[in-house]
Design a protein around this ligand. Structure first.
Ligand code: MN
Length: 229
């Protein structure tokens, strides 16, 4: 069988220290998963159930890239996040079995057109044009569970032009990784290849043309992205 059209093909992420690639299916993002970030966005961080939005797999761009400033925004924001890569699918996954479904971890950015998202919130409209645009998901290569275990504590930071803007700890997640997988798998059937962006700590803020972003998650890796002038 051949495709009827010239199709760009599937998105993959490199697996660190390997010649293999991880094929990316869907990207699920957790909203407001660190209390300080929920507060800075004007919400009560009490343990309301987690909520999710999505990005398309082709929003991924590899760490190291220089990106054009996105269209239709004057207020692009950075959100540094740990990425969870699902290796084994399932639905109604119990919390205590959830980590068996993880292939590995990476460092990512949930780039956000905050002005577009804000307008959508105000009008009761969907968030996609604020969240799911071209090159909105910079990522590192993935590290396998064999390499990094299951990171549950450790610093998660983001610098803009060398200045620390976001600083949190993985242990501050409102819903930890196993709980997030359990919740999400009640709403949809998780598939191998799915990625979960696990939420961002406080300190989100604007990115200007010419800025250099440097993200870090202890034990998982480092990400660098620059924006063109
Ligand atoms: Mn986010």
């Amino acid at each position: 069988m051949t495709y009827a059209i010239d199709f760009p093909g599937i998105t993959t992420l490199p697996v660190a220290e390997s010649h293999q690639a991880f094929p990316v299916g869907r990207i699920y993002c957790v909203g407001r998963n660190y209390a300080e970030h929920a507060r800075e966005m004007g919400h009560d961080p009490d343990r309301e159930p987690p909520f999710f939005f999505m990005k398309p797999p082709d929003a991924i761009v590899m760490s190291g890239a220089t990106l054009p400033y996105p269209t239709i925004t004057q207020d692009l924001h950075h959100e540094i996040e740990m990425i969870v890569a699902i290796g084994k699918g399932g639905r109604d996954i119990p919390v205590e079995k959830a980590l068996d479904h993880v292939f590995g971890y990476g460092v990512g950015l949930d780039m956000t057109r905050r002005d577009v998202q804000g307008e959508a919130k105000k009008m009761g409209r969907p968030w996609e044009m604020g969240k799911a645009f071209d090159e909105s998901a910079p990522c590192t290569a993935l590290k396998t569970v064999a390499m990094v275990g299951h990171p549950a504590k450790g610093a998660i930071t983001l610098k803009v032009n060398g200045v620390v803007k976001q600083k949190g700890d993985l242990s501050e997640m409102i819903w930890n990784v196993p709980e997030t997988i359990a919740y999400l798998s009640k709403m949809i059937t998780l598939r191998p290849g799915d990625l979960i962006m696990s939420g961002t700590p406080s300190g989100v803020g604007p990115v200007q043309r010419g800025d250099k972003l440097e993200g870090h998650v202890d034990g998982v890796g480092d990400l660098t992205i620059s924006y063109a002038r």
